[in-house]
Design a protein around this ligand. Structure first.
Ligand SMILES: C[S@@+](CC[C@H](N)C(=O)[O-])C[C@H]1O[C@@H](n2cnc3c(N)ncnc32)[C@H](O)[C@@H]1O
Length: 255
């Protein structure tokens, strides 16, 4: 996954095509109010959620492993946010937090159980006793045909580059490991006809409710609730976002 190369397009493309996902901002504001300060955000990216939380006065430490994504956040937030360049499986901070969260299916970028456990263990160690972890999981990543050949997704004006971007997407699904691999190609042409091509690879792992329950339990968490949408409604068969709320409990880690 090349988040550094993709960073220049992230905010712009999100506004262009991610109409459903943007409803999650209110969810994270609501949960932050419920579970409190200080907050640790993993995979904060360019600050799509971080900025509204900062504007409401929350104290946030924001972690991401892409310098470019963090640079964009830093530009927006200045010194109002503490950013840490680190992997979500290996961060080590001196502080403890009341609330840790991971938005936009970002936990699913961990493709092996070992990495998932490492991440949850890191989170557990950074939570105050009784603190809460929340994450948004897409439960139907692999509910699609095994292969999608290169397909035109959109063509749109890209004002930051004074250019036009055409995006082609393709994917393949590794059923054995329940991982979907995307290859997205961005062809950017500016007003003078200069072309630039960027190919992004993204992979996400399907995480069933059963698998998540086992992971949480192994890492010293008790699931307090699973919601089926960003309005904290019930889980339904066709829920496309599951919001896990897990509390750090005192039981020993069972890794
Ligand atoms: C889909 S973006 C989400 C950004 C932001 N949370 C949002 O909702 O818009 C995923 C982010 O995860 C970061 N990321 C990917 N793998 C990571 C890892 N192992 N550790 C830390 N950050 C990671 C990427 O750099 C990227 O900024």
């Amino acid at each position: 996954m090349d988040w550094n190369g993709y960073a220049r397009y992230y905010d712009w493309e999100f506004d262009l095509i991610c109409t459903d996902q943007r409803k999650d901002v209110n969810l994270w504001l609501k949960l932050a109010e419920r579970f409190g300060d200080p907050i640790l955000e993993l995979c904060c990216g360019s600050g799509r959620i971080t900025i509204p939380l900062l504007e409401k006065g929350f104290t946030i430490t924001a972690i991401d492993n892409s310098p470019q994504m963090l640079q964009i956040l830093q530009k927006k937030a200045g010194n109002k946010v503490e950013t840490i360049l680190s992997d979500m499986t290996s961060f080590q901070l001196k502080k403890k937090y009341k609330f840790v969260f991971i938005s936009y299916s970002s936990f699913q970028q961990l493709l092996t159980q070992k990495e998932q456990l490492q991440c949850l263990q890191r989170i557990n160690e950074h939570l105050e006793d009784g603190g809460v972890l929340a994450m948004d999981i897409n439960p139907s990543i692999c509910d699609e045909p095994d292969i999608l050949g290169k397909t035109h997704h959109y063509t749109a004006e890209y004002p930051p580059g004074n250019s036009t971007v055409t995006m082609y997407t393709s994917h393949r699904i590794d059923r054995k490991n329940q991982i979907k691999h995307w290859e997205d190609t961005y062809l950017e042409i500016d007003k003078t006809g200069n072309e630039r091509t960027f190919v992004n690879h993204i992979s996400l792992k399907e995480c069933s409710i059963d698998a998540m329950k086992k992971l949480f339990s192994k890492c010293g968490f008790e699931i307090e609730n699973i919601y089926g949408d960003f309005e904290l409604g019930d889980v339904k068969e066709d829920s496309s976002n599951l919001i896990y709320i897990a509390r750090k409990c005192n039981s020993k880690l069972r890794l």
